[in-house]
Write a protein that binds this ligand. Structure first.
Ligand code: SF4
Length: 470
């Protein structure tokens, strides 16, 4: 390593931020495979050379260039980008030009460590002379992942709409997989079907996303979901329903969570994982909430310039949120005609739930807001067990565990914490088996879709998942 350059902190300002990606290779880390592919397809439709990087092949590099104290997703993504760039350098030799690449690593404004992944990764990339000029493109939750500045201004709104739809459709493909796989007629059918469906949707987003011909994409999605129903063997009885919450990367990156959903299914579960769109909606909601708080404050102080800016922000985030949530709802309603899969709740409803139970507050922020409220929702919808998935030492998820564990005990709903790093914990399989035994007992006593009227939990529309395999 060139130690001198490790301390080039100016590089954090110069080479991490919002860059125009026109003509560049835009490197997307693979968190959720389906989501990553649809997003890459969407970007390609806008003329951006988007590449979804392979994942987990560079884990040795990830470990070599971290101390072990970083969050696990930081290690994994560190390894992914180093592995990709090294392979690219090998492949292209002298024609490798670091200026051709923008590596996409978003950030949040805290209070946890996600705000510094890209700074840390910048320092590591700067330690390789050949990668110093690879830029890191950072979208941030500070402005609700605004895409301004990364492509021509007049296309920003369209890219945002198409990207958001790709996130919703990817969530649906995942939910279809988890809905049908536990009941498939032949082993492997569901995985193969979803692999083909992902390819079809990736091509559809590439072809129709940029022209906003969303109906052409959604017509194909309708057909896919209708066909998926045929995979279900109706003679297989319903199984205990398990809800997953937790840190977004870990719960969606199957290599990091050691394919937890499949392991739960092997032990007799049907699983629903929290969605990615929920997080996107949350970041927009949180910015709107912040703008409203500032507006009230500035009104009291009679600071008129600030009031004008707050109103602008409230309008902008308000419009985005209404668009996102209504789009998401419409798509779920469409495909709900073909297959019964659970929808997301509005973020405002989740905040109301937390307030009502007085367990946590959106003022603290982080995914704990969604995880704690999500667990309450699962409980009120009669799920037979809940799993909290997170990187070892993750701050928001540890807070979630501390708050929720005693509550689940009181409600008699099986609950399991599953922290992960890259080691395999010898007791994990036994813990999952025990958890699933408890979930099965809960299922035998209460069935699924049990309403929580008498449990002191919030009422909500029941997810109608207790109608047999179909
Ligand atoms: S959410 Fe957890 S894993 Fe992610 S950055 Fe924060 S502390 Fe780390």
């Amino acid at each position: 390593m060139d130690n001198q350059k490790i301390v080039d902190f100016d590089s954090l300002g110069r080479n991490v931020g919002r860059f125009n990606i026109k003509g560049k290779k835009f490197l997307i880390p693979q968190m959720n495979k389906i989501g990553g592919r649809l997003l890459a397809g969407t970007f390609r439709g806008f003329g951006i050379q988007a590449i979804l990087m392979d994942t987990y092949k560079g884990m040795d590099l990830g470990k070599q260039y971290t101390s072990g104290k970083e969050c696990y997703p930081c290690q994994v993504t560190m390894g992914d980008v180093l592995y990709f760039l090294k392979k690219e350098k090998e492949r292209l030799g002298d024609s490798f030009d670091p200026e051709d690449y923008v590596y996409f690593m978003p950030e949040s404004d805290g209070p946890c460590r996600f705000g510094v992944y890209n700074k840390y990764q910048r320092i590591v990339l700067d330690s390789f002379p050949e990668f110093r000029r690879v830029k890191i493109g950072a979208l941030t939750t500070k402005d609700g992942y605004s895409l301004e500045g990364i492509i021509d201004e007049e296309r920003v709104g369209d890219l945002r709409k198409a990207s958001y739809l790709s996130v919703v459709v990817a969530d649906i493909l995942d939910r279809v997989l988890w809905r049908v796989r536990p009941y498939e007629r032949e082993e492997g059918m569901a995985d193969e079907f979803i692999e083909n469906a992902t390819k079809q949707m990736e091509e559809a987003f590439e072809r129709y996303g940029a022209s906003l011909e969303f109906d052409k994409i959604l017509d194909q999605l309708d057909e896919i979901v209708a066909q998926a129903r045929e995979i279900i063997d109706p003679s297989i009885p319903p199984k205990p329903l398990i809800g997953i919450v937790g840190e977004i990367y870990l719960r969606t990156h199957v290599q990091s969570n050691q394919d937890l959903i499949r392991v739960l299914e092997r032990h007799g579960a049907e699983v629903v994982n929290a969605s990615i769109a929920e997080w996107v909606n949350y970041t927009t909601y949180d910015r709107l909430r912040e703008a409203k708080i500032n507006f009230r404050l500035h009104l009291k102080q009679a600071r008129f310039k600030e009031i004008r800016d707050d109103i602008k922000r409230m309008l902008s985030y308000g419009v985005d949120l209404v668009y996102q949530q209504s789009k998401q709802k419409k798509v779920y309603e469409r495909i709900g005609k073909f297959l019964n899969i659970p929808e997301d709740h509005k973020v405002a409803h989740l905040e109301k739930t937390l307030k009502k139970e007085d367990l946590f507050t959106f003022d603290v922020g982080t995914e704990a807001c969604l995880s704690i409220a999500g667990i309450l929702e699962y409980a009120s919808h009669g799920f037979n067990g809940v799993v909290n998935v997170y990187p070892f030492t993750c701050m928001p998820s540890t807070a979630t565990a501390a708050i929720v564990k005693p509550l689940m005990d009181r409600l008699g709903i099986p609950y399991l914490d599953t922290p992960y790093d890259d080691s395999s914990q010898p007791g994990r399989e036994a813990a999952i088996r025990t958890f699933m035994y408890q979930a099965y007992q809960h299922f035998k006593r209460h069935g699924r879709g049990l309403h929580s009227k008498n449990r002191g939990l919030p009422h909500a529309n029941r997810v109608s998942v207790n109608k047999g395999a179909q």
